[in-house]
Write a protein that binds this ligand. Structure first.
Ligand code: ATP
Ligand code: MG
Length: 559
């Protein structure tokens, strides 16, 4: 179940078609899906696709979606990951309700089923070591060889398996294998391992177990225990499907879920492998799992992306069965589309250049009411202050501008958004020739519109902030973490494609006064600069830090 109301009918896809047919034919009355993360890392945007598919289908068909931790490998799993996964799923707007599950809650049942397979002559304890097992396994073109331990008696197998469980043997000494077919053309059916010995405490069930089931043995049976109807996973599990079905056929399971595969999300300019994300964190290349440049949901959230934008992205990219690449710009565009609707506008100057308006009386302030959104009067307005000294962005002025530069230059005119047209009359420099400030004259008849008192139209409109009213802030501008569209292409170290300019921290930025009281959650459009929100960790009262969530597509078309 989900807390998200569907606003538009979801686009159809092959999974919807399958479920539609299952509902129509009466095969299922209630649709049950699940999202099954292994708690060995943080969720990323690829997982968001899977979450939206599974929770979205359950929502749209009036069924339910379980959150199930596939926690079969205690060596790599931690409570910290469990907590952050729950937080990320909730942040995306989905609710598993009563249906929070752990594969480890089924360990006893899985163990009983393993004994069942042994008694049926369908599983055996293997003494070959990992290397020998590999050698016996054969290749894609060559059948495997049967292990000398394959024909142990049921009694011997039960005895050894129970002793494995009791912790009598060290890690790796033995495994339990299914007895299927060492000559199968599907490698997954060549007597796959069901259980291994791991002497390690488990984050959810403590130190009750010395043996742990393999993913393949746990996954489908967990689905069956929970009454999952449609077990939806990514394409790399297609080859595991015969094994998934073999277990369901050979065990007295309470239900028979079906597995369906879809193409995983591949996104350009980033990496999504847990190992690589972990490496970026451990090497200090990023500031943590929630670094705003990472594709982790914690990073995306911290950066200021909205959950609605991420859901819209997952809807936009659709669900198919062929592998493809999605360009990062599609994700960014979804964020822009959402924020364009919802973000109040404000003015901020990132690289301040002082402007003194000589014909404006010192100490006089004009309060100007500026709408918060140009198309949405219902979003209200705020006051901006016009005064003698203001800040503009230093790149809105050029001493020696190229043709077509419509911002400020000596002798040129520009409209200050919501304020007046000013004409630059001179530049004040220090001994080294650095610009200290600009001197300007304002045109008293130019408050409304973009025409001078004598009827000339100015081409450029720039943002500005009153110097005596400005709020000081740090602003962080993010760019893509990698400068290559496919850093994870293999064969080369992905780290060589890191973008050295992926973050720029600007201090001494000037924000309009209304932002002093800004709600921490609100995303703003800083006019001409992009969408921004306070950093949830580093922004402090009186010392705001704003992250740029995403640029404006057309920010500099007037450049
Ligand atoms: P690994 O198995 O290597 O630890 P994983 O990314 O597959 O990493 P899981 O915790 O197993 O992590 O993933 C949980 C679910 O999310 C699985 O059903 C998986 O298929 C799905 N998933 C993972 N990555 C993507 C992706 N890029 N696109 C869509 N779904 C994904
Ligand atoms: Mg996985």
């Amino acid at each position: 179940m989900s807390t998200i109301e569907q606003t538009a009918p979801a686009a159809s896809n092959f999974l919807r078609t399958i479920i539609d047919e299952d509902v129509k034919s009466g095969r299922h009355t209630t649709i049950v899906t699940r999202f099954p993360p292994e708690p060995n890392g943080y969720l990323h945007i690829g997982h968001a696709k899977s979450i939206c598919i599974n929770f979205g289908l359950a929502r749209d068909f009036g069924g339910r979606c379980h959150l199930r931790f596939d926690d079969t490998n205690p060596a790599k799993e931690e409570q910290e990951y469990i907590d952050s996964i729950k937080e990320s799923v909730r942040w995306l707007g989905f609710d598993w309700g009563e249906n929070l599950h752990y594969a480890s809650d089924y360990f006893e049942q899985l163990y009983q089923w393993a004994e069942y397979l042994i008694r049926e002559g369908k599983a055996y304890v293997e003494d070959l070591n990992a290397e020998e097992m590999r050698a016996y396994r054969g290749t894609l073109t060559e059948a495997g060889k049967e292990s000398p331990y394959r024909n142990r008696s049921v009694e011997e197998n039960l005895d050894l398996f129970r002793r494995m469980k009791a912790g009598e043997f060290p890690d790796g000494a033995r495994v339990l294998r299914a007895r299927i077919d060492m000559a199968s053309s599907n490698m997954n059916l060549r007597d796959p391992v069901l259980y291994r010995i791991i002497h390690a405490p488990h984050p959810h069930v403590g130190d009750a177990w010395k043996i742990y089931p393999m993913y393949d043995f746990a996954h489908g049976q967990s689905d069956a225990i929970e009454g999952i109807t449609h077990s939806i996973c990514t394409l790399e599990f297609e080859d595991h499907k015969p094994l998934y079905e073999w277990f369901l056929e050979n065990l007295p399971v309470p239900s028979k879920p079906r597995q369906y595969e879809f193409a995983r999300l591949n996104l350009t300019y980033t990496v999504m492998s847990k190992r690589k994300l972990q490496e970026l964190v451990q090497l200090g290349i990023v500031s943590g799992w929630d670094d705003p440049r990472l594709p982790t949901l914690m990073g995306i959230k911290r950066r200021g992306y909205t959950a609605a934008a991420v859901r819209a992205f997952c809807e936009t990219i659709g669900v198919g069965r062929s592998d493809s690449w999605i360009d990062m710009s599609i994700l960014e565009e979804c964020v822009r589309t959402d924020l364009n609707e919802t973000a109040p506008r404000a003015m901020a100057v990132l690289r301040p250049l002082k402007v003194v308006i000589d014909n404006w009386p010192a100490g006089e302030v004009e309060e100007i009411v500026a709408p918060n959104h140009p198309q949405k009067p219902e979003m209200g307005s705020r006051t901006v202050h016009f005064s003698r000294e203001i800040w503009i962005d230093s790149d809105d002025f050029m001493e020696d501008p190229p043709k077509g530069f419509h911002r400020l230059m000596v002798g040129g005119e520009v409209k200050l958004r919501f304020g007046y047209i000013v004409k630059c009359t001179g530049v004040v420099k220090d001994e080294d020739g650095r610009i200290l400030e600009l001197r300007c004259q304002y045109d008293p008849g130019s408050r409304e519109g973009i025409h001078t008192s004598d009827g000339r139209k100015v081409k450029g409109v720039i943002h500005w902030v009153s110097a005596s009213h400005a709020v000081n802030a740090e602003v962080r501008l993010f760019d893509r973490l990698f400068s290559d569209p496919n850093p994870d292409r293999g064969g080369v170290d992905y780290k060589q494609f890191l973008n050295p300019l992926s973050v720029e921290r600007l201090s001494g930025c000037k924000l309009e006064a209304s932002l002093a009281a800004a709600d921490r959650e609100t995303r703003f459009q800083f006019e001409r600069l992009g969408y921004f929100r306070q950093d949830p960790k580093d922004s402090l009262p009186g010392q705001p830090v704003f992250n740029r969530v995403v640029t404006l597509r057309d920010a500099w078309t007037k450049k």
